[in-house]
Design a protein around this ligand. Structure first.
Ligand SMILES: Nc1ncnc2c1ncn2[C@@H]1O[C@H](COP(=O)(O)OP(=O)(O)OP(=O)(O)O)[C@@H](O)[C@H]1O
Ligand SMILES: [Mg+2]
Length: 244
């Protein structure tokens, strides 16, 4: 579904993404991990059109999208949630979700679009008392739910999640894992960046590891958890004997 071929991005003297090949197959949940500053968010920003690659190509459903603007990439079916939570602070949670429903579908009837926005907020588990609160009154975990609902409102084929689960309690993150599985079962392919390895292990079919902008390993979660280089650079010893 998605192919990044030799993709690079430099910021001044810093090679943030260095000649990375990455592919995501239709219907899978793919993971992207690596130490802080290894280029994960930059790669997602390249795929979603926030940045343009200096070199290399990005193909989505066999069409080159490397130089498309973000809104066109989103219309093609790729939507990203941001690591730093973004919202329209003075608009309510429902209105925030309406923006993406309107983007995806153009003019909807008011009643129909409000119902769809509420359905999406219900699906992502936002407390009903928060639906008509301005986004600026919501906490970061609630905003992440709104952001996910907003992303789903664009009807993505490929959903890019950049540390969506950061800051959740273990119980909340278990619920989020179930939610992402459910989203995937509904036919949405997922590429997820996450530091919490329990999430990556529990969700992903395949994992790519970045270090200093370059790809250092790709494999199943089990292979990643048992690879000595990945353990040394990123995971630490506790994953050495992981067998499931
Ligand atoms: N817009 C930018 N301008 C300059 N440097 C940038 C920019 N965006 C990212 N960088 C730098 O590029 C490198 C890769 O950053 P990136 O945010 O992609 O890392 P990351 O793997 O997502 O890290 P983290 O796990 O901390 O989120 C870092 O050194 C970062 O400081
Ligand atoms: Mg990041």
């Amino acid at each position: 579904m998605l192919k990044c071929i030799g993709v690079s991005k430099r910021f001044g003297g810093l090679q943030a993404v260095d000649n990375v090949d990455l592919s995501v197959k239709k219907n899978e949940i793919a993971g992207l991990v690596g130490p802080n500053g290894s280029g994960k968010s930059t790669l997602l920003n390249l795929i979603s059109g926030v940045y343009k690659p200096d070199s290399g190509k990005i193909l989505f459903l066999d069409e080159e999208i490397s130089n498309y603007p973000s809104h066109r990439i989103c219309s093609k079916g790729i939507t990203k949630t941001s690591q730093s939570v973004q919202s329209f602070p003075d608009m309510t949670a429902v209105e925030n979700v309406l923006t993406s429903l309107l983007f995806a579908k153009g003019n909807l009837g008011k009643t129909q679009s409000l119902a769809q926005a509420e359905d999406l907020l219900n699906f992502v588990g936002l407390d009903k008392t928060k639906y008509y609160q301005p986004a600026k009154n919501l906490n970061v975990v609630e905003l992440r739910r709104v952001q996910l609902a907003k992303a789903l409102g664009t009807k993505p084929k490929l959903l890019l999640l950049d540390e969506l689960l950061t800051g959740l309690t273990p119980k909340e993150s278990d619920q989020a894992i179930k939610l992402i599985r459910l989203i995937n079962k509904q036919g949405i392919t997922v590429l997820i960046v996450e530091h919490v390895m329990r999430v990556i292990m529990g969700l992903c079919d395949r994992v790519t590891v970045l270090h200093h902008g370059g790809k250092i390993f790709e494999g199943t979660p089990k292979e990643v958890a048992n690879n000595e280089r990945v353990i040394k650079i990123y995971l630490g010893k506790r994953y050495l004997l992981c067998d499931d």
